[in-house]
Design a protein around this ligand. Structure first.
Ligand code: AMP
Length: 299
């Protein structure tokens, strides 16, 4: 089953203590789409300007990502820039230039309106709403967000939460939303806002799923060296949704394995700048790391 993904399609300029890489292929939807493409066909909805390198379009195509919903319009592509400290958990946003995203209001191609799996990757909640509103009868809808939207678009986000099956956020965002320090109490409060499934991500400490079958604690794959964690959260959710869309049987029966797959795809993302490592990954390498994680966490 294919999966519809909307979010930012960006050029990312990323600085770490070791290196600086300007204008990489980035954006929440790009990371999520490549991650999901290891498991299911992907339909990407986004917008880029006429400065968007053709080789990046080719890269999406190499992952068999359907680009009918990706508009190329006159103007500048969304440009984001961030700088990491020696401790890669600390990042500073240097620049966010919305460019062509400022006026983006997509009309979904007819083929996309019957999508059953919908991933609303990080972007303004009003845009997430706008896209979801055009899908006829989605079977499973997931969304991600960021601190910015909790600060400036909370009413829109709260409206969106009522329409979601799965909401994913990191631990600091969960605290911001619920004012709770305890992740398990925060999860309870977030369910009350709408979603049946909630995942709190804790970076290199893994993630917690809460759903009808209770909690699941998913480990992160142990990496000795993180090159650039940008997009790890998007890759995680892309992997989870791609796996769920491809799996047979009920969602509940597949969810735990889906999260482990998401966690593994995110680990590849962290091993290179932007999408450079993820796009060189194979399904066999992903399966191998899943096996290793299984060994590491069995008792
Ligand atoms: P993450 O590391 O999970 O926070 O995701 C980083 C990705 O989010 C980068 O590729 C950015 O292009 C994208 N991004 C940064 N700021 C925004 C924003 N305000 N809206 C949408 N996407 C963003």
């Amino acid at each position: 089953m294919s999966i519809l993904i909307v979010g930012s399609t960006a050029l990312d300029s990323i600085k770490t203590p070791q290196a600086e890489n300007p204008r990489l292929l980035g954006g929440s939807a790009s990371h999520a789409a490549v991650a999901a493409s290891f498991f299911s066909p992907v339909q990407l909805v986004g917008v880029v300007g006429d400065d968007f390198p053709r080789r990046y379009l080719a890269l999406y195509r190499r992952h068999l990502i359907d680009l009918e919903g990706l508009q190329v319009v006159p103007g500048k592509t969304f440009h984001w820039s961030g700088e990491y400290e020696a401790n890669m958990n600390h990042r500073r946003t240097l620049l966010t230039e919305l460019g062509v995203f400022e006026t983006f209001s997509p009309t979904l191609p007819a083929r996309h309106r019957d999508s059953q799996f919908v991933l609303l990757a990080n972007i303004a909640p009003s845009l997430q709403h706008h896209v979801l509103g055009q899908v006829r009868r989605p079977k499973f809808v997931a969304a991600d967000t960021m601190d910015l939207w909790l600060n400036i678009a909370l009413p829109d986000l709260l409206k969106l939460l009522k329409r979601l099956d799965l909401f994913v956020l990191n631990d600091s965002e969960a605290h911001q939303l619920t004012k709770e320090d305890n992740a398990f109490t925060a999860l309870k409060k977030i369910h009350k806002l709408g979603p049946k499934y909630v995942i709190i991500k804790k970076g290199s400490h893994g993630s917690i799923l809460s759903g009808p079958q209770g909690f699941f604690l998913c480990p992160a794959y142990p990496l000795h060296k993180v090159v650039d964690p940008t997009g790890a959260g998007d890759s995680f959710l892309g992997g989870v949704m791609g796996f769920l869309a491809a799996a047979k049987g009920p969602i509940d029966a597949n969810f735990r394995r889906a999260i482990v797959y998401g966690s593994v795809v995110a680990s590849f993302c962290c091993e290179g700048f932007g999408l450079t490592r993820t796009t060189r990954t194979t399904r066999a390498q992903i399966d191998q790391r899943v096996k290793e994680l299984e060994e590491l966490s069995r008792f």
